[in-house]
Design a protein around this ligand. Structure first.
Ligand code: SF4
Length: 64
């Protein structure tokens, strides 16, 4: 599984950070998503939940 994020679509809700804090972080200035790892370090299920929960559909998973 490869993870990518669209920072232009991100609305800084922070759901992904709550669900998978080892994979996602938020920018200190504007809260947009920061991808910490292209491979899921929190387990694939946590990253899938983050993708499903993201209100902006800004998280993309490939190779699943
Ligand atoms: S859940 Fe989506 S909108 Fe919220 S911070 Fe993460 S990528 Fe951005």
């Amino acid at each position: 599984m490869k993870i990518s994020v669209d920072t232009g679509s991100c609305v800084s809700s922070g759901q992904c950070v709550l669900l998978a804090p080892g994979t996602f972080d938020q920018d200190e200035e504007d809260g947009t998503v920061v991808l910490l790892a292209e491979e899921p370090s929190d387990g694939e299920e946590a990253v899938r939940q983050a993708e499903l929960t993201c209100p902006a559909a800004a998280i993309r998973l490939s190779g699943t």
